[in-house]
Write a protein that binds this ligand. Sequence first.
Ligand code: UDP
Ligand code: MG
Length: 312
Amino acid sequence: MSQDPYVSVVIPVHNEEENLQELSRRLTATLDKLGKPYEIVLTNDGSTDRSAEILQKLHEQRPQQIRVIEFNGNFGQHMAIMAGFERVRGEIIITMDADLQNPPEEIPKLIAAIEAGHDVVNAYREQRQDQWWRLTVSKWHNRIREWMMPKLRMKDEGCMLRAYRRHIVDLMAATGEATTFIPALALTYAENPTEVGVAHAPRLAGESNYSLYGLIRYNFDLVTGFSVFPLQLFTMLGIVISCLSFLFVVFLLLRRIIVGPEVEGVFTLFAIVFFLIGIVLLGLGVMGEYVGRIYQEVRKRPRFVVKRVLEE
Ligand code: UDP
Ligand code: MG
């Protein structure tokens, strides 16, 4: 076997046939310049286009450097990265997207930060190139996340260009969680994280794999995976509303005694009841999110299934 690589780049791939050649060209050009041994681990996450075929060709062209993991279905971006993490051999691990939204040319910047002594390097996108609704959703989401989870300090949680020291990656791979959010997980283990600004480009070709619904699901995973704040919020809300309702009952009772029976204002009462029912439903939904997570974990199904691995 050849020398162990110094840098491992882990890339999830889902229907990226038009981007893979260019990705490999720019990435290897950047990494060749480093003058250190490297590997690129690409996980084919159940692509239905020609991605598998192209990945195989890339592996054949550079069997030493390009390794391919093939899933037997679509297990999601984070699981595709996780599968890469389980197999990396490098000392510094970089994650990035396959669609060239993260320029590979920025990688040396991240490596320099790791070499300067940081164990986790998060990149944030300067002048992000996405659709306006994505930017708005992201902005609000980042704000709410910062408020709910102040310990997760990162400017831009959606940016997948990141670098980790090997021991952080080994810890993440060892968690065995089926639904996770890798950048947040890394921060919970990091001792000395930092952030660097990187350029961002529009997708080279193809379309984003995330719809608005997908994004909402994704963000629920982040919140319920790393915080019980929503549950606590409902406990607090429950306490406040119970107290107010009690005062209201006392008030109505006194009115009944002093003013006598009355039916006016029944709609106000309805409004209050609907409001309370709304809160109860929302609370149930939040509970459901956590119960769903627990369900996924207790089933103990494999979090992904590898069909085959192309490597030296
Ligand atoms: N991806 C994946 N599995 C999925 C969805 C996405 O491996 O189920 C990969 C995709 O190929 C890309 C990265 O994850 O390399 C980010 O996806 P995308 O560019 O569609 O998301 P966006 O940049 O719009 O957030
Ligand atoms: Mg993208």
